[in-house]
Design a protein. Structure first.
Length: 375
């Protein structure tokens, strides 16, 4: 089915986003370069205030990347070596990585079969006397079941830290991602709904002490130059990235609306392809549609055929955390989390970005339907 003459449809079109903001950010980037205010410049503070307002929180602290944001949020919330943090099996490895970097133990639980989000029933069963936090992941662009998670956390008096890397602008009942837990970590990796021009991240919180602690930890544990109160790390938001993020943040609500329109079109187009299980949003959620993840049989063959047809499909994620070599030390194996494991062999991310056209989506669906008929 390979056709090299046809337009390649990317999984994510970052060039279109950059083109939309380029004329706006060029003068500001020139100012950063001429002033040499590369670290902690005025643009960083502006963006932090803007993103806090966007999420409906009191504080936003910019950091170097999303993984650092998770680690810093966990540390500021009191997670220590030897403690346990409950996470879902269906997530990017960084969720578990941040826990492990502290010396804490990732306690993995399965996800629900419909939305592939952390299963509150499994969370409740996993709580022990060593549990220090629950780390729900707002996966693919929609919020985890936060009402249930927060109720569990309150009953056991443990912290909730959101992994909000894939859900910028998503909400539940009007409350925005990043404002539910004691703190929330997000990533501004270029492919995110709100993406920088490189690595960047942030933590949002309503707790001033948490925000102060994150600034301290992210700045080498230093409260003043050459005064180091705790062992910290070097994780700060670059000024250049803040300029890019501010420009994109102005457009994020519109871009998310375009993603929702595109997701709705996929739903209509795929209604005539019964071999595809289309994603659904949980009741009450306003999905940010970071990814459009369908489920198909014979997924790996389908993926290869789509690539041959010039369709930039992907997999998020092919291996549940407990089956990665990095976390084999947890002693878990195949069959321990059957919902996540079965989904990992069937999930397929279709191209989705704010600037995707109806014609591009029609071609994606046509290619997918043809591929499935080839079985």
């Amino acid at each position: 089915m390979e056709n090299t003459d046809m337009e390649q449809i990317p999984l994510v079109d970052l060039q279109a986003q950059q083109a939309e903001i380029l004329s706006e950010i060029r003068p500001e980037l020139d100012e950063v370069l001429s002033s040499a205010a590369f670290i902690g410049g005025p643009a960083v503070g502006r963006f932090e205030s803007e993103y806090a307002r966007f999420t409906g929180t009191s504080h936003c602290v910019g950091v170097g990347n999303g993984t650092d944001a998770l680690e810093l949020a966990l540390r500021a919330a009191g997670v220590r070596a030897g403690g346990e943090v409950i996470i879902p099996a269906n997530t990017f490895v960084a969720t578990a990585e941040a826990v492990a970097r502290i010396g804490a133990v990732p306690v993995i639980v399965d996800v629900d079969p419909e939305y592939l989000l952390i299963d509150p029933k499994k969370v409740s069963q996993a709580v022990t006397t060593k549990t220090q936090a629950i780390l729900p992941v707002h996966l693919f662009g929609q919020l985890a079941p936060m009402e249930e998670i927060l109720a569990i956390a309150q009953s056991f008096e443990i912290a909730v830290i959101e992994d909000a890397a894939q859900s910028q602008g998503a909400s539940y009942g009007g409350k925005v991602s990043g404002s539910f837990g004691i703190a929330a970590a997000t990533s501004f990796y270029p492919g995110k709904n709100l993406g920088a021009a490189g690595d960047a991240g942030a933590v949002t919180t309503n707790d001033p002490d948490i925000a102060a602690q994150i600034r301290l930890l992210g700045g080498h544990g230093s409260s003043a130059k050459y005064v180091h109160d705790v062992v910290g790390m070097n994780s700060r938001l670059d000024t250049i990235q803040a300029v890019v993020l501010s420009a994109k943040l102005k457009r994020l609500a519109r871009w998310n609306a375009l993603r929702r329109d595109a997701a709705a079109r996929y739903g209509e187009l795929l209604a005539e392809v019964p071999a595809v299980t289309v994603p659904q949003s949980r009741p009450g959620n306003t999905d940010a549609w970071h990814l459009y993840v369908v489920r198909v049989d014979d997924r790996d063959r389908v993926l290869d055929e789509l690539h041959s047809a010039g369709i930039g499909a992907g997999i998020h994620y092919p291996t549940p955390v407990h089956l990665t070599k990095a976390f084999s030390y947890l002693g878990q194996g195949e069959g321990d989390f059957p919902v996540a494991e079965r989904a990992a062999g069937r999930i397929l991310s279709l191209p989705l970005f704010p600037h995707i056209t109806l014609e591009q989506q029609r071609r994606v669906v046509q290619s997918l339907a043809e591929t499935l008929r080839m079985r």
